[in-house]
Structures are given as structure tokens and as C-alpha cells.
Design a protein around this ligand. Structure first.
Ligand SMILES: [Zn+2]
Ligand SMILES: [Zn+2]
Length: 348
């Protein structure tokens, strides 16, 4: 039996010892259900982590809305967990009980395939992802493979650091894919962009934030985080870009971004899901422009970004929701009503 699979406890009555309170997805497209589950036991090389905060990611929305195929069901979503090690499974040796750890999206890889053997474990065909193929952090306890947990930087509260674990990490990986680009466009200024903007500004890049039409609040937010210019995505930036990162899951942004690129520029799609990309003329790709996606993350990305973030220092703007309000947090993200990141906090 796969570790992390949880049996249901009968509902109702006082909270029982040895149980976990969680928000559960039974069927994609339905609201999450608050449930009391049997406490998971950490298997070999696993740790049981007490969740202090779990960031809400757009990928959670794609899982819950059924836009990603074949999730584990029923599922506890959530893959930006900040917490502390509660107990150790057999052979777990990397952490001690009480250590602060982060549990990210990449939950397990095979270590043997062509991708794993060449430093590209993010592409492992057998990879298991937290909060998608493994139960995640919309709960007060979660089990995780210690080899894929990240030590968390000091100086960040749990709620502040949680959004770094995916929004920050994936954004950082996407930023690395843009090479030395000086003029950087960020299409869609949500959780990930608000973190990447700070890193890019710190690196001396010129950041252009491209938002939904007329979204003056988000544009002001972007300027406050170091963007030199912020405006409407359809109208485009005031000058050519050397690179663009597309965070919003809207395929029509791809030709828009390509049109904004200088020759040799690159457009990077950072999301796991995107609506169809409309046909576009070859001339907007011509001139050695490139288009690529970024998929998942490696442990190396995680360790690198956890050391970069405090040096910037990256500050996250967050809105806390009690764990039981996970559906409301997802709604706010779906409707574009969030500024920065939503974070779920279990009640104790
Ligand atoms: Zn592999
Ligand atoms: Zn994510």
C-alpha cells in the first residue's frame, strides 16, 4: 500500500487523538470537504510534518477544477507546506523532530530514469507530486519523503515562507531560463510574479509587469515591488523585451509576448496548464526568438532559491485563511481577487 493513503474516520463529535483534520477533494469540479482522517504513518525515509501554513497555488485550482488528469482521489491538495517535523519513519535521518521543513510539489522521483540520471528529475516519468498524486498540506499533518523536503530559511515566518515553495521556486526556475535578459516582461502578476519581480529587480534587471486590462491596483502593486513599468497586457510594453515569463494560464498571451520580444528573446511559460494557444504567424518567432515551458522543479532549484530569497530579501504579501476556508481561498484566486498569495493556516 502506498504510504500517505488515509482511511476516513467517522464524522462528528470531538476531535480524536491520532486523527488529521483535512480538506479533501472527492471529485474534480466539486468543493473541498472538511474531514477528519486517520493520522498517516511515515513510511521508510519519510517524516510526519505538522503543518503550520500551506500556500494556495494556481496548480491547486487546476487540480480541483479537473484541468489536470488523474489526480489521486480522494485527495488532500496543497504543495507549499511550511511546518515542523513531528515524527520520523524508519531510516529517516536527515531531520530531527522539531526541525522546520518545507514540503514542495516534487514529492518523489525514481532516481533511475534517463531524466533523473541527468539532473532533470523535474521531468521524471514516474515522479509523484504533492497535493496531486500524494496527499498534501491542506491538513494539519502531512507525510513527506525526507529526501524531497527543504530546510527553510530563518527570518521568515511560516506563512511568509510557504508561497516561496512553489510560486517562488517555479518563478525562480523560469527566471533562470531567461538567461541574462535585461528587459523582462511578467505576464500575469499573481503570486509567482510578485516574488520573481523582487528577485529580478535585485539582479538589476528592468521589469515590465503586464496585467489584465485596466487592473490599476495590480499595476501599482507591481511598481511597488520594483517593476519599472506596469500596464495592460494587450497594449504591450513601451519597449521591446529580452524575455517574457507568462504566468497567467491564458494561451492568447503567448503570441502577445512573442510580439513584444526583441530578436533573440525568449518567452517562458511557467504554468502547468494553459488554454490553447491561438495560431500565430511565423514571423513573430523568427529572429531567433524562442518559446519554452518550465515544468516542476528539482531539489537543486529548491535549495538554491531558499538561499537566494533571504539575500534579496524576498518579501511575500499574503492573506491568511483558516484551513476550513480553503474553498474561499481557491475562489479568491480563481476570481483574481487576491493580491500576493493566499495561505491556509490550520487551527490548533
Ligand atoms: Zn526518474
Ligand atoms: Zn504550485
Amino acid at each position: 500500500m502506498q504510504a500517505g493513503v488515509r482511511a476516513e474516520r467517522p464524522q462528528g463529535g470531538a476531535r480524536q487523538w491520532g486523527s488529521v483534520r483535512a480538506m479533501v477533494l472527492d471529485t474534480p469540479g466539486r468543493r473541498l470537504r472538511e474531514a477528519e482522517l486517520e493520522q498517516p504513518r511515515p513510511g521508510p525515509r519519510q517524516v510526519l510534518v505538522r503543518v503550520h501554513a500551506c500556500g494556495v497555488c494556481r496548480t491547486d485550482l487546476h487540480v480541483v477544477d479537473g484541468e489536470l488528469p488523474d489526480p489521486k482521489l480522494p485527495l488532500v491538495p496543497g504543495h507549499q507546506v511550511a511546518g515542523e517535523v513531528a515524527t520520523l519513519g524508519n531510516g529517516a535521518e536527515r531531520f530531527e523532530p522539531g526541525d522546520r521543513v518545507g514540503v514542495p510539489w516534487l514529492g518523489w522521483t525514481c532516481g533511475e530514469c534517463r531524466y533523473c540520471r541527468t539532473g532533470r528529475e523535474n521531468l521524471c516519468d514516474r515522479a509523484r507530486f504533492t497535493g496531486y498524486l500524494l496527499d498534501g498540506g491542506y491538513a494539519d499533518l502531512v507525510v513527506a519523503d525526507e529526501r524531497f523536503c527543504l530546510p527553510l530559511p530563518a527570518g521568515y515566518a511560516d506563512g511568509e515562507v510557504a508561497p516561496l515553495l512553489c510560486a517562488g521556486l517555479i518563478g525562480y526556475r523560469a527566471l533562470r531560463m531567461t538567461g541574462e535578459a535585461e528587459r523582462l516582461g511578467l505576464y500575469g502578476f499573481g503570486t509567482s510574479a510578485h516574488i520573481v519581480c523582487q528577485v529580478a529587480h535585485h539582479e538589476g534587471r528592468r521589469v515590465f509587469a503586464l496585467t489584465r486590462e485596466g487592473d490599476a491596483d495590480t499595476q501599482a502593486f507591481a511598481r511597488g515591488l520594483g517593476a519599472e513599468w506596469a500596464g495592460d497586457a494587450p497594449a504591450g510594453p513601451p519597449e521591446e523585451l529580452d524575455a517574457a515569463i507568462i504566468f497567467a494560464p491564458a494561451g492568447e498571451l503567448v503570441p502577445l509576448a512573442l510580439r513584444a520580444l526583441a530578436k533573440g528573446g525568449s518567452a517562458v511559460c511557467a504554468g502547468i496548464h494553459m488554454s490553447d494557444i491561438p495560431a500565430f504567424p511565423y514571423e513573430i518567432l523568427w529572429g531567433e526568438r524562442s518559446l519554452r515551458s518550465v515544468a516542476n522543479l528539482t531539489r537543486h532549484d529548491g535549495e538554491e532559491f531558499m538561499s537566494v530569497a533571504p539575500r534579496v530579501p524576498v518579501r511575500t504579501e499574503t492573506t491568511d485563511y483558516p484551513l476550513a476556508k480553503a474553498n474561499e481561498a481557491l475562489d479568491a484566486l480563481r476570481n483574481g481577487r487576491l493580491r500576493g498569495a493566499a495561505v491556509l493556516v490550520p487551527e490548533r
